[in-house]
Design a protein around this ligand. Structure first.
Ligand SMILES: [Ca+2]
Ligand SMILES: [Ca+2]
Ligand SMILES: [Ca+2]
Length: 322
């Protein structure tokens, strides 16, 4: 009998050791790694944002076993029960910054929380009017950040035929591209030296007193304050910024006076340039929201008079001096 007890005790001991051994191989159960991603991070009152917790993971539970509960205003009070919904979508009616929290629960009841926030812009209502004292022309202006911009293209100067050249003759000359019956909305196009009033060092160019052609940095401020795709929408034609950058056009004039124009894409002169020997390389903003074009670049000067950007004709938007 004693040997039977011994064998039984040995058996139980081995089982216990195996169990302990197995347990010691097994790591502690961890709470899920909660991940919440908002898309887009910046947008406006016209779009639906998505908060997605689908990338949350757990050490033991498959994704299908995870449960989520939502605090859609991140006020510390859960607004839903735990459920399988791993995303939450919402359109925010009032501009502001909104934070959303999600708590993720694994099959063992362990939880963790993640949060993310979005910035929601509404329609820009900082709108004013600039009257150009030189000719009485009215321009809508809008405030973006702390700067006032012309929300229409400049149309200062005398309109001349594209067969004639814009020259340094004490008269500001502009072209109106032929598909536009009236230039009241589209404004003129100028070559850079005309836009700069033949003084590369004076950023006022042909802008009214107190205003100037934007510097490269001032264009960059628009470009980088807003994420690329959203910026295209926000600043484009009928965008909520009311800057209407799409209202633009540009063209290229050949030596024989023929003119090639490209409507519906805004390109705007900057007063900044790079100088190489006797060549000026002005910067410009290219903008076209349909194809998400939003670039600041040095203008390619492949013209015959390469000491100025002589062959390209762009729109001008003035920005108010600080
Ligand atoms: Ca777990
Ligand atoms: Ca809540
Ligand atoms: Ca001129």
């Amino acid at each position: 009998m004693r040997s039977i007890f011994k064998i039984a005790a040995l058996f139980i001991g081995v089982i216990t050791l195996i169990s302990l051994g197995l347990l010691s191989c097994r790591e502690a159960n961890l709470p899920p790694a909660a991940i919440l991603e908002a898309f887009p991070a910046i947008g406006d009152t016209s779009i639906t944002f998505e908060f997605n917790a689908g990338k949350s993971e757990d050490d033991r539970s498959y994704a299908i076993g995870l449960r989520y509960r939502w605090d859609i205003n991140d006020d510390g009070v859960w607004d839903t029960e735990f459920a399988a919904n791993k995303s939450y979508t919402h359109q925010f009616i009032v501009p502001g910054t909104y934070s959303v929290a999600v708590e993720v629960r694994d099959v063992d009841g362990l939880t963790s929380v993640a949060r993310d926030s979005v910035q929601v812009f509404g329609e820009n209502t900082d709108i004013d009017t600039l009257i150009d004292a030189r000719d009485g022309t009215k321009y809508r202006t809008v405030k973006i950040g702390d700067r006032w911009w012309m929300a229409e293209n400049l149309r200062y100067g005398i309109e001349i035929s594209t067969e004639k050249e814009q020259t340094d003759n004490d008269t500001v000359e502009r072209y109106r591209l032929r598909q536009y019956i009236s230039d009241d909305t589209i404004g003129g196009v100028y070559r850079w030296q005309e836009a700069m009033n033949y003084h590369a060092e004076n950023p006022q160019g042909i802008c009214p007193d107190g205003w100037h052609l934007p510097t490269e940095k001032e264009f960059e401020l628009l470009h980088h304050t807003y994420p690329y795709l959203y910026g295209c929408k926000y600043f484009g034609k009928d965008g909520l910024s009311n800057l209407n950058l799409d209202i633009g056009n540009w063209g290229q004039r050949w030596e024989d006076g023929t003119f090639w124009d490209l409507p519906h894409e805004g390109s705007f002169w900057s007063s900044s340039y790079r100088k190489e020997d006797i060549s000026y390389w002005p910067y410009c903003l290219q903008f076209e929201s349909v194809h998400n074009v939003f670039n600041i670049g040095l203008w390619d000067m492949s013209g015959p008079e390469n000491h100025w950007a002589s062959t390209y004709y762009l729109s001008v938007r003035c920005i108010k001096n600080l």
